[in-house]
Design a protein around this ligand. Structure first.
Ligand code: ADP
Length: 265
């Protein structure tokens, strides 16, 4: 597959002069810029649903004599607050990952369970779109890592596959041993991603089509969470994609060898 290398974004550069200065900055300053950029993005992203909720609350108050409108506005308020909840949760997940907080929670994780739970997570949406999720998982595969993090990562990949695929299509999830690694792949026949965008999808808040992402509730944080989970559990993530043909995301994690571990004990 095509390795997707993650280029971390520096603060928005507005002029050539700024670019030259930015290139001269020390690593520490660059990290500081990334942090400031992230904070700016977070506040911008939070303001959108909060602003929408405000307007909708006003609309409800004004439409109090029109029950149908009240119901419609209330349902949109629910959509916006779900979006806000998801956004806040993902921001928390991401900052935990960046601070390496949950690394004490490493356990032995069964890959078949991980995959089954990830598919279950998207069951309602895949049924709604009549998307069949097929699973081919080698038995007895184990990895060692933070269960909640790994669950979030695989679930995100399956969720994206379902979100960015047409109704009636197929999503194929496989997990297999390759040398000392476990490769968990999620393949779809969806819209795919073009080369220039492929390099950016692991960046925080990056969405290929922000308008569409808004409609589907996308935050642009999912893949950056996947990337950080892979890294903090000793693995990697890569992607192959072709516009119009589909995408395959592969999470590669070191296998956990039970036999070896027992010998040591
Ligand atoms: P989002 O919450 O928007 O899905 P992600 O970080 O998970 O955020 O993904 C970033 C962007 O990458 C998405 O907005 C979408 O444009 C693109 N993308 C992710 N997964 C897929 C996929 N399986 N097929 C096509 N595009 C995808």
């Amino acid at each position: 597959g095509l390795p997707a290398h993650v280029s971390v974004r520096v603060a928005p550069l507005t002029s050539r002069l700024v670019i030259v200065l930015a290139l001269d900055r020390t690593d520490q300053q660059r990290v500081e810029n990334i942090r400031r950029d992230f904070v700016a993005n977070v506040s911008h992203e939070l303001k959108t649903p909060v602003g929408a909720l405000n307007l909708l609350a006003e609309a409800v108050a004004e439409a109090k004599d029109d029950p149908e409108s009240v119901v419609r506005f209330a349902s949109r308020m629910q959509t916006e607050s779900e979006r806000l909840t998801r956004l806040v949760q993902q921001i928390i997940d991401l900052s935990r990952l960046q601070n390496d907080v949950a690394s004490d929670d490493a356990t032995t994780v069964k890959v078949d369970e991980l995959v089954a739970e990830a598919c279950e997570h998207s069951a309602t949406e895949s049924e709604r779109k009549r998307i069949e999720i097929s699973r081919t998982v080698e038995p007895d595969l184990l990895v060692h890592g933070d269960r909640a993090q790994l669950h979030a990562a695989v679930s995100n990949l399956v969720e994206n596959a379902v979100t960015y695929s047409p109704e009636g299509s197929r999503v194929v999830v496989t997990a297999a041993l390759a040398g000392d690694d476990v490769r968990i792949s999620v393949a779809d026949n969806g819209i795919g991603i073009a080369g220039p965008e492929l390099e950016r999808i692991f960046e925080r808040f990056y969405r290929v089509d922000p308008a569409r992402a808004r409609a589907t509730g996308g935050t642009g944080l999912g893949l950056s969470i996947v990337k950080h989970v892979a890294a903090s559990n000793g693995g990697t993530v890569d992607v192959w994609s072709e516009p119009g043909a589909g995408s395959t995301f592969t999470l590669v994690l070191p296998r956990f060898q039970h036999d070896l571990d027992e010998e040591i004990l």
